[in-house]
Design a protein around this ligand. Structure first.
Ligand code: AMP
Length: 482
């Protein structure tokens, strides 16, 4: 499963030094499959059409070659223009994409801005007044800016269309066609979609010239040798339940997943109180610590390792008898990726998920749709806490479609709403033009943005990644190269 991207390293792509340096600082050690496939092609200037879902690392797959190419020919953008235009369906995704560009471009004084709906246009107009290198936008707002003469599209050299299928679902296709009609014909286009139904393939056909096709295989079938248990518990009982589980089960080696770094540390502490030695690996731990802990886990000195999804990438330890989902992942493919850590090399394995509350129940139903299996629940909640539990997803074989998409105006998200968005941006700063170069602001994903098609292909070649929390320490203000 990891082999595809272990074959390559970021050095092999020949990315400009300041970009490689930023990647090291981001702790990107190995490219993901979509990056391995896309970067070498896109860096040559060729159009690419890619099938890839959220969490596969596709943002870097398009952002890195584009940044490299704008550096190859660094020209100052003309007023009210941009060199790179990225279209994305929601304001949250747009914000994340901009954060990623700014993170990878932190050593090159990148100028960038965000143009999203739901906020007054004035600041956005001002942020692009002098021209920017990268503009990330939702289609409706972009057109408004163009129509009000705040933006001219005649200098766009690179176009990225992200989550095209979701754009279609949200009714943005006509807006996209209008935008594309205003772009120079000579440009590089990178087009990504989680699925490729006919309308999307036609749109791609109309927008791309001789594109290279790349794809990461959708995850659909769960590894069959794994016994999957779903245990409903009260939220407050999760730590105790986990400790008892680890004591009572025939656990040789357990990998416990949490969604956040903080959560991982808390689990380690609560296990320590219960007399169980465990250690955590996650983004805040040093490489030395990570290596020490992994070595101890391999030798059996530590039997329980607690990890976040991203830290667990690349862990190659045989003999993991149990995977425990202390928190259920909000991206269903991540579940499959997690549980695939057990039952390696022909062994049997057990995957146990502790579920508390309606939100996790929602994630569970997404997972069941993806793996097409209704997983039986074991109810260990205290009677007072039992709320009406929804039954398992009945429709074996059902394909999962994008959830909860609202209409065209949904780029304007209600604060606190539980839409299909991956990451909700903290601090309600979604409306401000983002021109900061250094800090990125990320949160744990909240909901899958797009789900895999139901094709049963196993999980080879797929690595799903999670964004980890990082506080936004930088004020929101315009910064331009001096
Ligand atoms: P994306 O699918 O682009 O939203 O990426 C999901 C998450 O994975 C983001 O938090 C990225 O920062 C992270 N990521 C992307 N590529 C890599 C990589 N090669 N190594 C480690 N993390 C990555």
């Amino acid at each position: 499963m990891e082999s595809t991207h272990l074959l390559t390293s970021f050095q092999d792509f020949g990315l400009a030094e300041p970009i490689s340096r930023a990647l090291k600082e981001e702790n990107y050690l190995t490219p993901t499959p979509i990056q391995t496939q896309t970067i070498p092609i896109a860096i040559t200037g060729r159009d690419v059409v890619g099938i890839a879902q959220t969490g596969t690392g596709k943002t870097a797959a398009f952002a890195l070659p584009i940044l490299h190419r704008i550096l190859e020919n660094r020209i100052k953008p003309q007023p009210k223009t941009c060199r790179v235009l990225v279209l994305s369906p929601t304001r949250e995704l747009s914000g994340q994409i901009l954060d990623s560009f700014n993170a990878y471009g932190r050593h090159i004084r990148l100028t960038s801005a965000l143009a999203i709906g739901g906020v007054p246009m004035g600041r956005q107009v001002r942020s692009i007044m002098q021209g920017v290198e990268v503009l990330v936008a939702t289609p409706g707002r972009l057109l408004d800016l163009v129509q009000s003469n705040g933006l001219k599209l005649g200098q766009v050299e690179f176009l990225v269309l992200d989550e095209a299928d979701r754009m279609l679902d949200m009714g943005f296709i006509n807006d996209i066609r209008k935008v594309v009609a205003k772009l120079p014909i000579k440009r590089q286009t990178l087009f990504f979609s989680a699925t490729m139904p006919k309308d999307i393939a036609e749109l791609a056909e109309a927008m791309l010239r001789d594109p290279a096709r790349v794809a990461v295989t959708p995850v659909a079938s769960t590894v069959e040798r794994i016994t999957q248990r779903i245990i409903q518990v009260d939220h407050s009982n999760k730590p105790t339940f986990l400790a008892n589980l680890l004591k009572s089960e025939t656990v040789e080696r357990a990998l416990v997943f949490t969604r956040t770094k903080h959560g991982a540390d808390k689990v380690v502490k609560s296990l320590a109180r219960a007399g169980i030695t465990a250690d955590a690996i996650h983004g805040n731990k040093s490489q030395n610590h990570r290596e020490r802990v992994l070595a101890a886990f391999r030798t059996g000195e530590i039997r329980t390792l607690v990890a976040t999804d991203i830290a667990a990438r690349g862990i190659d330890v045989d003999g993991i008898s149990h995977v425990v989902n202390f928190d259920l992942p909000n991206i269903p493919e991540t579940y499959v990726h997690r549980i695939g850590r057990t039952a390696r090399a022909g062994a049997e394995g057990v995957a146990i998920s502790l579920i508390a509350g309606a939100e996790e129940m929602g994630y569970l139903r997404d997972i069941e749709k993806l793996i097409r299996i209704a997983l039986p629940r074991e109810d260990h909640r205290t009677p007072g806490h039992r709320e009406a539990a929804p039954p398992p997803a009945q429709h074996r074989g059902a394909r999962s479609g994008p959830r909860g998409h609202t209409g065209r105006g949904s780029e304007v998200a209600a604060p606190g709403s539980k839409g299909p968005r991956r990451n909700r941006r903290p601090g309600g700063n979604g409306g401000a033009p983002q021109t900061n170069r250094h800090e990125t602001s990320r949160q744990e994903p909240s909901r899958p943005a797009a789900q895999a098609s139901g094709k049963a292909e196993g999980m080879q070649g797929v690595a799903f990644l999670h964004r980890e929390s990082r506080p936004n320490t930088r004020p929101n203000r315009t910064q331009r190269p001096r």
